[in-house]
Every structure is written in structure tokens, then in C-alpha cells.
Design a protein around this ligand. Structure first.
Ligand SMILES: [Zn+2]
Length: 654
């Protein structure tokens, strides 16, 4: 495991202990059934600080179990619960043959997030995006983010010619501060706003050396090693989004980044026709495209409709207007401010990520508010209510975000009343349904008016629906197709969409993270190697980064589910008898004071297990007795309570 900094040896020891303990826990099941106490944030939201203070690194159960304690055993690392896929050979990947093209999605094809795609030709490697993924408390309690596994690149650092970043959302840039040095700090290529967003974020990582970023323009062509890369603009929810076309002797590889289409009732705009028409003129060998929204049919709602609707709301609302949105909806946020300005209204921004992104827009020269348009929140009562527009974070019901604080009356300055209108300009991200419901209920307690995406078009996604993706795919007209950016189900649906427009099954590849794809024989052959590039996820857990934290995670899941049960017994090393009644400590399992009978029976089993095993044993094998004790107590507790707490036996030899 690679540890970034200040992880004390004691903490490491704690984790190792946890692993040994886990050997006694083979029988546990890991069905996640707890509601999610933390929130999925939209991939582009920068509201969560990546550098929260590290708590104890991993599990630190204290153990004091006699002189024979050994730490030496290696435990088996199991993955945290996730969709199963066939296991593949992680062994040596054969060297790339001259003239062949290799494509490896290192992340982003089994999830929405942690996007990273590798394209390799001869001695040159290009990397597209370096994102991270937000995780749910259920899947990975206490883990902050998951990063793509870059081992393949670390072993081929000298071949890397550049890291191209398609746009400034965190699922495309979030991994940079953690990964950039590991892959040899290559030059990065991106557009202006993206560059500023990356730089701004780096302020939170003062120990990472200055990045080498080159700003490129759409339509610009750069040469990286033997490959030429031409950029093109795409429509997404953040300005300066781009795709790239990589020229290889076998044909071009077109990679979209995140995108949708600008259109009118399903008719793409002239700008789109022009961009995609131009790309379609090339001999395109492979098309790699965004799958995030492919499960929705037809065309997505154009952002201009959203602007129109929110514009009407801003114009006509008589009381104060509070708009909850994602900070990642960069363009919309700016549009809201400009519209408010037009109607002589004042803007209050609430939430760190929104403030940061407005500042970034200003630096990038995308938008310049008039003097006095944005006012500090403590001046809210200096203006008549119909002149106030608040843009706030927290539309997903995040507990401490601005909107929830207003809703539950803990906001210092904004006290809601029945003349207020709240617009939830966002969809509900799966997993956040309960918290969004809570938010709505708390808002309605103030008898105010709520407008959300189900009653009016006040939100649209940044990702194209199936109709848009099919249109783009046809325009590009590549020989092969690889759906990317999405969960496996989305990729499969995207493959179906490609078949519906006439692509052949054999020309479509649905990859997993780490799948090694090669195009050979002057574009005649599309091959998937049986070897897989390392792809187990890298977790960011406080200050530590690594791919071996499954055991810690498993403990956290079990603790969250059924708690823990610690048994402390003293044993006379000469006679093998238990001295005095064993101590029992439990947390999150049952209420001990009301479980005296259970404890009494447990003590009998503890005493019996130890003495049966220890009598006549010289010297006493503590490890063996602990395993037995753990098994017996776990079985007993499960029979009595139908719960499986972590059982930690501590045996003291006296
Ligand atoms: Zn995006």
C-alpha cells in the first residue's frame, strides 16, 4: 500500500491486526442493508474537501492477548461487495506489436466516475482524463474517493506523452493530485477553464509539485510522439468541454468526453452538424463515447429550455427565490446570475463549491458580474424580497449544505417563510431519494412554494440520451465502437443502440476496467486480450491511498451492520483454567444491560471453550484457542440474536 504521508506506524499496525482478526470471521455475510447516511454528490461538485483530517487509519481494535501473539499471517484480501465479473489473468501483458493500437479503459466503464482511458501506439502512450469516483457509505464506509488503478501506466512511464483532460468535472480531473506523480508527471493538455479548475483544486494539495499544463484550443492539432491529436468542442454542462480525435496510421480514434447535443426538438443545431460532420470526413477506426444517459430514449431536454423556464421564474417570482443546483452545472449557474442581473435582482451565493466556481468563471473571463450584483448573505434584509435570488448547494439533501440548513432552520441569515419560492434545479441522484424527500418535507414545513424537475423543466442533464448518442455515432461512422463512461448496464444498452443503427456485434466491444483491446492488421482485426491490466480500485481513505483496503472496509461494513463483541479472558498458563469471570464489551450489537441471560450463557461458552482446548496443552496455543472461541461465540450469538457482530477474543496468559 502506498501511504501519502503522516500515517503513523501504530495505525499501520492497527490495520494489520484487523486483518489477522478477520481470519476468524470467515462466516460473515456482507449484505448491505443500511440506509446511506452520506450523500452521493454530483460528480462535478467540489464541495467535499479531499483533505479531511485523517482519523485512525483503518481498524484499530486494541488487542492484548498474551505472549504467543503473532502478526505474521497474510490474510486473503477480498473485494468489497460489487457486481461480479469473470476473473481474468492479471499476469504479464504481452508487449504491444509494432503498428498495433492498444486501448485500455483503466476506469469509468464499470461506474460513473474515475474516468481514465489509455491509448497506446508503438512507443507512445496517451492518457485521457484522470477522474475519481464518489462512493457510497454502504459500499465503502469512511472511504472518500476511489481512483483508477494506474499500475499499467506506472510500469510504462517513459512511454507516456501526455495526459489530455476533456473537461473540468471531478470524474475527469479529480484523480490528478493523487495520480500525477505516480505516472511521472506528464504534460497535461486541456482548455482554459479546465486548466483553471485543475489549478484551483491543486491549492488544496500544496505538497504536489506544480503541474505542467498546456492550454489547447478546439480545432487545434498537436503532435504527441508519433500520434497527432485534434480537439473538437462538445456540448456539456460545463464550458470548454472537448473531445479528441487521435490520428493513427490505421485510422482515427474519436473519444467524446462527456457530452450531449444542442438541438431543437430533436434536430441538432448547425454547430453540432458542423463539428460532427467534420469528424465524419475522417477514416475513423474506433469511436469511444459517453454512456451516462443512454438508458433514456430520444433526446434530452436542451439546456436553453431550462434557461427559458428558470428565466421566467426569476422574472415572475414576487418573494425571495432560492435555487438549489449543482455547482457542476457551471453554465446554468452563470445563466441564472446573468438573468437575475437583467431583472435588477441581487444574487446571494450559498455553498463553497458554488462560490468557488463563480470565482473560477470570473478568472476564466467567462462571466463578469456587474459591481454589486452578488451581495453578501448578511445583507439579505437590506433589499425587498422580490429582488433576492439565492443560489445554493444541497439540492440532493446533503445534511450540512446550505439548502438543508435553511430548511431545518439552522441557517444563520436565511430564515424561510411562506412568501419564498424554492427551485430544485437538479434531478435526484440514485441513492439520495430519502434525503431529498427529507429536504422537501423540511422545506414544506415553511409553507413555501417548491418547483422541481417533475413539475417543470428546471433541470436537464449534461449527458445525451440514446437518440443523441445514435445520431453522433452515425455521424462519426467509425468501424469499431466502445461504449464508455457508465455502469456496465449503461454500456450494454449503448451497445444495443449501436446495433440498432446497423453496427455489427463483432465490431462492438463492451469493456471492463482494465480490459486490453487491440486493433491490428491495418484495422481489420479487433482483439480483446485474455490478460487484464490491473484494475482493482485505489481507495482514498483520509490521507492514505491504496488498493489493499478491502479488509478495513469489510470490518467497517460489519461494524455498521451488527456491531462488535469483545471477549477478554485470563487464563492460567499452567493449568489452562480461566481465572475469574471473562469480561465482555460490546458496541452496536445488543443493549447489554437488558441481555444479562445472553451474557451469562456467553460466559459459560467462553469458559468451556477455553478450558476444553487449553487443558493439557503445553505450551498453550493462543491463536488456536482464539479461533475456536471466535467460532463458538459467533455461532452462539447468531443463534440467539440473528446478528453477526465482529467477535474479538482477547486472551491474557497469567
Ligand atoms: Zn462531465
Amino acid at each position: 500500500m502506498i501511504r501519502q504521508n503522516n500515517q503513523s506506524p501504530k495505525e499501520k499496525g492497527g490495520e494489520r491486526e484487523s486483518q489477522t482478526i478477520n481470519q476468524n470471521q470467515k462466516s460473515h455475510h456482507f449484505n448491505s442493508r443500511k440506509p446511506n447516511p452520506r450523500h452521493r454528490t454530483h460528480s462535478g461538485d467540489t464541495s467535499r474537501s479531499p483533505q479531511r483530517p485523517a482519523g485512525p487509519g483503518g481498524s484499530t481494535h486494541k488487542r492484548n492477548d498474551g505472549p504467543k501473539r503473532s502478526f505474521g499471517k497474510q490474510s486473503h484480501h477480498r473485494r468489497p461487495p460489487q457486481a461480479s465479473k469473470p476473473s481474468k489473468n492479471h499476469k504479464t501483458i504481452p508487449p504491444l506489436k509494432k503498428g498495433d493500437i492498444r486501448i485500455i479503459p483503466l476506469g469509468g466503464v464499470e461506474e460513473v466516475g474515475k474516468n481514465m482511458t489509455v491509448i497506446e501506439y508503438d512507443d507512445d502512450i496517451l492518457i485521457f482524463d484522470a477522474g475519481f469516483q464518489f462512493v457510497t457509505e454502504e459500499d465503502a464506509p469512511g472511504i472518500d474517493y476511489i481512483l483508477p488503478n494506474t499500475k499499467y501506466l506506472e510500469e510504462r512511464k517513459d512511454k507516456i506523452r501526455g495526459l489530455i483532460i476533456t473537461h473540468g468535472h471531478l470524474d475527469h480531473i479529480g484523480g490528478i493530485p493523487y495520480l500525477i506523480e505516480k505516472i511521472g508527471s506528464p504534460t497535461m493538455y486541456c482548455r482554459n477553464l479546465t486548466a483553471i479548475m485543475i489549478q484551483k483544486r491543486m491549492e488544496e494539495f500544496p505538497t504536489v509539485p506544480t503541474l505542467d499544463i498546456k492550454v489547447v484550443e478546439p480545432e487545434e492539432k498537436i503532435r504527441l510522439g508519433k500520434l497527432s491529436v485534434k480537439f473538437f468542442p462538445v456540448t456539456h454542462s460545463i464550458p470548454d468541454s472537448m473531445g479528441a480525435s487521435i490520428e493513427t496510421p490505421q485510422g482515427n480514434i474519436v473519444i467524446t468526453g462527456d457530452l450531449k447535443l444542442e438541438h431543437d426538438e430533436g434536430v441538432p443545431s448547425e454547430k453540432e452538424e458542423e463539428v460532427w460532420g467534420e469528424i465524419g470526413k475522417n477514416k475513423n477506426i474506433l469511436f469511444i463515447a459517453d454512456s451516462t444517459n443512454v438508458e433514456r430514449p430520444g433526446f434530452s431536454i436542451p439546456e436553453k429550455n431550462i434557461y427559458r423556464n428558470i428565466g421566467e421564474i426569476i422574472k415572475n417570482t414576487k418573494g425571495r427565490l432560492i435555487i438549489g443546483t449543482f455547482a457542476s452545472q457551471f453554465a446554468r449557474m452563470i445563466n441564472i446570475i446573468e438573468t437575475a442581473e437583467k431583472h435588477n435582482k441581487k444574487i446571494i451565493t450559498e455553498g463553497r463549491s458554488i462560490k468557488t466556481n463563480i470565482e473560477i468563471a470570473r478568472i476564466a473571463g467567462i462571466y463578469k458580474p456587474k459591481e454589486g450584483t452578488i451581495i453578501p448573505v448578511d445583507q439579505i434584509d437590506n433589499y425587498s424580497p422580490d429582488r433576492i435570488v439565492v443560489i445554493a448547494t444541497g439540492a440532493q439533501g446533503e445534511e450540512f449544505a446550505a439548502l438543508m440548513r435553511m430548511a431545518n432552520k439552522t441557517h444563520k441569515y436565511i430564515k424561510l417563510n411562506k412568501r419564498d419560492t424554492v427551485v430544485l434545479s437538479s434531478s435526484v441522484i440514485p441513492g439520495n431519494e430519502i434525503s431529498v424527500q427529507k429536504l422537501k418535507d423540511n422545506l414544506y414545513r415553511h409553507d413555501l412554494k417548491i418547483i422541481h424537475y417533475r413539475v417543470s423543466d428546471v433541470h436537464s442533464t449534461g449527458h445525451g440520451n440514446a437518440g443523441e448518442l445514435a445520431w453522433i455515432n452515425k455521424k462519426v461512422g467509425a468501424k469499431y465502437f466502445m461504449p464508455a463512461y457508465g455502469f456496465h448496464s449503461m454500456l450494454k444498452v449503448h451497445a444495443e443502440v449501436a446495433r440498432s443503427i446497423g453496427m455489427l456485434d463483432k465490431d462492438i466491444i463492451v469493456p471492463d476496467n482494465g480490459t486490453v483491446i487491440e486493433i491490428r492488421d491495418n484495422g481489420e482485426k479487433l482483439v480483446t486480450l485474455k490478460e487484464l491490466a490491473p484494475s482493482n480500485p485505489i481507495m482514498v481513505d483520509g490521507f492514505s491511498i491504496g488498493d489493499q483496503q478491502e479488509v478495513v472496509l469489510r470490518d467497517r461494513q460489519m461494524l455498521a451492520q451488527d456491531g462488535m463483541f469483545v471477549v477478554i479472558a485470563s487464563i492460567d498458563v499452567k493449568t489452562g483454567k480461566v481465572k475469574k469471570s471473562p469480561d465482555i464489551i460490546s458496541r452496536g450489537f445488543v443493549y447489554l444491560r437488558e441481555s444479562q441471560d445472553l451474557l451469562k450463557e456467553a460466559r459459560v461458552i467462553i469458559k468451556k471453550t477455553i478450558e476444553t482446548n487449553a487443558s493439557g496443552m503445553h505450551p498453550i496455543n493462543f491463536e488456536y484457542i482464539k479461533n475456536n472461541l471466535s467460532d463458538n461465540i459467533s455461532r452462539f450469538l447468531f443463534q440467539k440474536t440473528n446478528k453477526k457482530p465482529i467477535v474479538i477474543p482477547v486472551i491474557l496468559g497469567v
